[in-house]
Design a protein around this ligand. Structure first.
Ligand SMILES: [Fe+2]
Ligand SMILES: [Fe+2]
Length: 287
């Protein structure tokens, strides 16, 4: 009698497991028809992968689609952090020497990493499963470059110099990242180009957060919409505004119809801007 009871319990457990995996396996094949268990290409295509170890004891109203999107967002934050670390390193070089811009990107890098850590903790609290993918800086640059082309942002579309600086902070070379990038490093308006890139990155991150918010709303995930509204969206708007101010300031030093920095007053303007930014960031640190 006792063993019959155990068998029934085991059967019920199996059935509930099957139902749970079905819910979580709405889409288990990628475009090549391959199963995509723990396949990052599925995450990139926004498809839901069957996770083997979602944590049932805490998971409640937490859909697999949301888990996939959150993992994508974590990877995006980590990639932004990595990109900004590369920019910070570039501006610290002796032959570039823009300490204010270096500090800005070093701080931005830490901030993005904090966002990733915050979301990792959140996924674990909700009973999800964070899979850490490969960190490909070139992919970030390519994705942002592409997204800018479809973004009605008022940023110049198809800018030849968009993400050019990525080529210098990653080993792939400029052309590999952006075929249209024909500028040599000594022709870049370094600070301006870096802030224009960062503005494109932050707009892209914001779009992804808004997409995530919409999905969470559609799926009735009130906790996630609340978190996004209170912890992420406001900060994102502030970041975009701040970068917009820096881009405008630096553009005002760039002569019209000129895409090059040398032989212009751009360098002087950039120097003053950098000094001012450095002082402001130091003061912010003290407060
Ligand atoms: Fe972020
Ligand atoms: Fe950000």
């Amino acid at each position: 009698m006792e063993s019959k009871f155990v068998k029934i319990l085991a059967f019920l457990a199996l059935v509930s497991l099957a139902i749970a995996s079905k819910e979580c396996c709405a889409e288990i094949k990628n475009d090549d028809g391959k199963e995509c268990i723990f396949d990052s290409s599925c995450h990139e295509k926004g498809k839901c992968c069957p996770h083997k170890d979602l944590v049932g004891m805490v998971r409640q109203n937490y859909k697999c689609d949301i888990d996939c999107l959150l993992v994508q967002q974590i990877q995006l934050e980590l990639r932004a952090s990595y990109l900004y670390q590369g920019y910070a390193s570039y501006f610290q070089r002796a032959d570039v020497s823009l300490p204010g811009i270096q500090k800005f990107f070093a701080h931005a890098s830490v901030e993005e990493r904090n966002h990733a850590e915050y979301l990792i903790e959140y996924v674990n609290k909700r009973g999800g499963h964070v899979q850490i993918d490969q960190m490909e800086i070139q992919k970030t640059c390519e994705v942002v470059q592409k997204a800018t082309e479809n973004d009605d942002s008022g940023l110049d579309k198809g800018m030849e110099e968009r993400m050019c600086i990525c080529g210098f902070v990653s080993p792939g070379g400029i052309r590999k990242i952006n075929r249209d990038c024909k500028f040599k490093r000594d022709q870049w308006m370094e600070g301006l180009m870096a802030f224009e890139d960062a503005l494109a990155v932050e707009r892209f991150v914001n779009k992804k957060l808004l997409d995530l918010h919409k999905t969470a709303d559609d799926l009735g995930d009130a906790h996630l919409t609340h978190l996004l509204e209170h912890e992420f969206l406001e900060e994102q708007i502030q970041a975009i505004y701040e970068l917009g101010l820096y881009v405008s300031r630096l553009r005002s030093f760039a002569p019209k119809n000129s895409k090059t920095s040398r032989n212009s007053n751009y360098k002087l303007g950039e120097y003053i801007f950098d000094q001012d930014l450095s002082k402001r960031l130091d003061k912010k640190k003290e407060d």
